[in-house]
Ligand binder design. Structure first.
Ligand SMILES: [Zn+2]
Length: 121
C-alpha cells in the first residue's frame, strides 16, 4: 500500500505551488506557456477572454501530454462557443520539483530531454 506524502502546510491548496517564480506564464522559445502547478494553468486560461465577444473562457477539457512535458487546456466561450487551446510547459524545473514533492516515491519523469526555460526577450 502506498500513501501520498502529506504537505507540510495542510491549509495550502494542493494544486498550488508555493514556490512559483517570475517565470510563471512566460513563454518558452517554442511558444509554450510556463506553468508551475495545476492551478496556475486554470488561472491563466480563465483569465483569457473570447476575441469575438470578450467573455471569459471556460476550461472544457484537459489533454495530458506529460510524455512531452506539456499539458493542454481547451477552453470555450460560454456565449458564442468559440474554442481556444492553451499549451503549458510542465517540463520546467519549478513544476517538476513541485510534482516530485507531491508524488514522493511515485514520481517519474516521463518525458525525454532537458527542462524547458522561459525564452529570453
Ligand atoms: Zn465568444
Amino acid at each position: 500500500m502506498t500513501f501520498r506524502r502529506r504537505s507540510r502546510a495542510p491549509k495550502v491548496d494542493p494544486g498550488i505551488n508555493t514556490q512559483r517564480t517570475d517565470d510563471l506564464f512566460r513563454l518558452t522559445s517554442e511558444g509554450y506557456i510556463i506553468a508551475h502547478d495545476i492551478a496556475s494553468q486554470y488561472e491563466y486560461a480563465q483569465k483569457q477572454t473570447c476575441p469575438d465577444c470578450e467573455c471569459p473562457f471556460h476550461v472544457i477539457a484537459q489533454i495530458n501530454r506529460s510524455f512531452q512535458g506539456l499539458n493542454e487546456l481547451v477552453a470555450a466561450c460560454p456565449n458564442c462557443g468559440k474554442n481556444a487551446t492553451f499549451i503549458f510547459d510542465i517540463s520546467n524545473d519549478v513544476y517538476q520539483r513541485w510534482l516530485a514533492e507531491r508524488l514522493g516515491d511515485l514520481y517519474v519523469q516521463n518525458y525525454d530531454g532537458p527542462p524547458r526555460k522561459a525564452a529570453r526577450r
